[in-house]
Design a binder for this molecule. Structure first.
Ligand code: HEM
Length: 643
């Protein structure tokens, strides 16, 4: 009996190896059948085992094996390969589209705009692999995690929350929040400059405050600020900075920790989280409960507002969801709190769907915008002439006027069509928050695509990933004025040059196709009509087609408003405290200043390259940051001397 057991146990690894080998042979045959180039990998990188331990294995392989044994495939085993390799891996392979073959599954990668465009516009043939998104159903099913008719229902219900009236409020709120952040940076003093060591955290906070107002109608405040009568008139509420009622966390803390703990929440079943003794798990459970309770309370308030016919309902995304749910389900009947829940199984949104959608809006709209603000500030500090061009334009548009008086329509059209819009686009090109966009060939039918004029049949169920970073640096799609100052390559596509978007600077001008169908949300072009229009499929910060970002316009309005407020009165410089004190800087000659700033720039560039993609592309908070300095305009210590 014992020896039988030993034999069975000994046979298990053999069985496992045999099944992997058989699977690999089938995958290889499938890859060959497409006629596309392929790369063989011994492991599939998107498994929990590899996500946790992959970095160590890769380090070991790089150290101990000769390059010729692994270089052609090991780079694709890093979950961040597209950010590590930029467009270079495609250049080396001589192809924009290829398949990685492994013993688990195949994956097609593409940075080819034409292939991307074919896929984004054929939603039925190329749906999202929603099995992988299930982990985001933390609070309920929603527009991000569904496909087909269920997705359409969610998209139809969520889209009305993203209209121009709401975007005008996004603008007002973003201006107010940017002013709050600057007050915090200057610490209430009239100093000409201050070193800022926590720009990433402050950018996270400004974006959290904006999404709190726009997502839930809750105004969050910077230290020292007060909730005013004007805020009340805008329909926003304030929930204080202490835990309320049964809560153990304030509203802001619940919002920020539920996002910080997202990986724990995604990967741990609720029952286990509830009993797990570890500190991190306990905090994740607490933030999960607090956030849910706050959302249930807000939902109840919004349903009451709907019953009372209050006009401000619908001015935030959750309010708009309540309105959609009411209008879609029972156009003639009023609801009472909790009644939405009883609609489970019918076509409209339930309470759980509303809270599930509110959660993904928070998730989708927070880090993406926060990182773009943060990296824009850092890149502008390293590109002084672009920073000056941007300031000049903000000054032409607004002069010295108080940002609180800025009119939405006038401001947005002017900002989006010039240097501010160009800065935002260039940042999203260079460091797209979402570096890979997954799709799959329909599970029911093989799909034909055309690559370089040749037809290729993709087997049903094939996983696909767009290499967004690669497409954004595709040499055939983007105007370049010569050698890169950053990487030394023959084109300047690794460099932050907002001016490439200005039409007079762009060497080619290719019109985007028009959108064919309205899937809700803002339906305009990805980039302003006054700016360079990239070839369709080559600029994908917000994806494209029916499943493109619902919050695109909201994000654009937020980003340009925050940049305009900061650069109207201030400049951003890199801090040089590591190399010289303020006193030493004050006594430096110009060449000495240039030398020390060059050191800070070199280090900042190295730090930016350490960014990695944990849901979005960002620095490893707490471990790496770029110290910067907010300086009153005209009192810059370095960048005024740099061209
Ligand atoms: C710079 C900011 C942003 C970027 C770069 C961005 C990028 C993206 C991308 C690439 C997708 C497609 C993801 C995929 O197919 O897997 C997406 C989808 C989505 N985004 Fe954004 N996003 C941003 C801001 C926002 C904001 C502010 C919101 C809402 C408040 C939002 C809500 C959504 C939603 C709901 C979807 C899913 C749409 C659907 O599947 O129908 N995003 N976003």
């Amino acid at each position: 009996m014992v020896s039988l057991l030993v034999m069975v146990v000994a046979a298990l690894p053999l069985y496992w190896a045999f099944s992997k080998f058989t699977r690999f042979r089938r995958n290889l045959k499938d890859a060959k059948s497409t006629g596309l180039p392929y790369v063989i990998q011994p492991v599939y990188p998107i498994t929990l085992f590899w996500i946790i331990s992959g970095k160590l294995w890769l380090k070991l392989i790089n150290k101990t094996w000769p390059d010729s044994w692994h270089k052609s495939w090991s780079k694709f085993l890093s979950p961040d390969w597209s950010w590590n390799e930029l467009y270079d891996a495609h250049r080396e392979l001589g192809t924009d589209t290829f398949i990685t073959v492994s013993p688990v599954t195949n994956m097609m990668w593409t940075a080819d705009p034409s292939v991307i465009h074919q896929i984004t516009t054929r939603q039925v043939g190329f749906p999202k692999p929603i099995k992988d998104y299930k982990v985001l159903d933390i609070y309920g099913r929603n527009v991000v995690t569904t496909e087909g008719p269920e997705w359409r229902m969610h998209r139809k219900a969520t889209a009305p929350g993203f209209n121009e009236t709401n975007n005008s409020l996004v603008f007002t709120e973003s201006v107010a929040q940017a002013q709050g952040m600057i007050r915090k940076w200057m610490d209430g003093e009239e100093k000409s400059s201050r070193t800022l060591n926590d720009v990433p955290a402050d950018c996270m906070r400004v974006a959290l405050h904006i999404i709190s107002a726009m997502g839930f109608g809750v105004r969050l405040l910077w230290p020292g600020d007060e909730f005013s009568t004007g805020d009340k008139d805008s329909g926003l509420i304030h929930m204080g900075d202490k835990p309320l009622g049964e809560h153990t966390m304030s509203f802001e803390k619940a919002l920020s920790t539920v996002l910080d703990d997202i990986f724990v929440l995604m990967l741990t079943p609720r029952w286990l989280l509830k009993i797990a003794p570890m500190k991190r798990a306990k905090r994740a459970w607490e933030s999960y409960k607090n956030w849910k309770l706050y959302m249930e309370e807000l939902l109840e308030k919004k349903v009451e507002a709907e019953l009372a016919g209050e006009k401000t309902l619908g001015m935030d995304i959750m309010g708009a969801l309540v309105k959609s749910a009411t209008d879609a389900d029972r156009p003639d009947q009023k609801k009472s709190p909790g009644q939405l829940e009883s609609n489970k199984g019918k076509r409209g949104l339930t309470d759980e769907n509303i809270i599930g959608n509110s959660f993904v809006m928070l998730l989708a709209g927070h880090e993406t915008t926060a990182n773009t603000i943060h990296f824009s500030l850092m890149e502008l500090a390293m590109a002084p002439s672009s920073q000056r061009n941007l300031q000049k334009e903000v000054c032409t548009i607004f002069g010295d006027s108080d940002p609180k008086t800025w009119d939405y329509a006038y401001s947005v059209n002017n900002l989006l069509g010039g240097m501010v819009g160009a800065t935002m686009n260039e940042m999203l090109r260079l460091m797209p928050p979402v570096t890979n966009i997954p799709k799959m060939a329909s599970a029911n039918q093989d799909q034909v695509i055309v690559v370089d004029g040749q037809k290729h049949t993709l087997p049903k169920g094939l996983y696909i990933n767009f290499n967004v970073v690669g497409a954004h640096r595709h040499p055939k799609c983007w105007p370049s004025k010569g050698v890169s100052k950053v990487s030394g390559k023959s084109d300047d596509l690794d460099d932050f040059i907002p001016e490439r978007w200005l039409k007079e600077d762009a060497s080619t001008h290719i019109e985007e196709d028009s959108e064919e169908e309205d899937f809700g949300g803002f339906t305009g072009k990805t980039s302003s009509a006054q700016l360079f229009r990239p070839t369709r499929g080559s600029f994908l910060p917000f994806s494209d087609g029916p499943r493109s970002c619902l919050g695109r316009r909201l994000a654009q309005v937020e980003l340009i408003a925050v940049l305009a407020v900061i650069f109207q009165q201030y400049s951003i410089e890199l801090a040089v405290d590591e190399w010289a004190s303020d006193e030493e800087v004050a006594n430096m000659s110009v060449p000495e200043k240039l030398e020390v700033y060059a050191k800070a720039t070199k280090k900042a560039r190295e730090v930016i390259r350490t960014a990695s993609s944990m849901i979005t592309l960002k620095l490893n908070f707490g471990q790496t940051y770029i110290p910067a300095r907010l300086v009153k305009k005209g009192e810059e210590r370095f960048i005024r001397y740099i061209e």
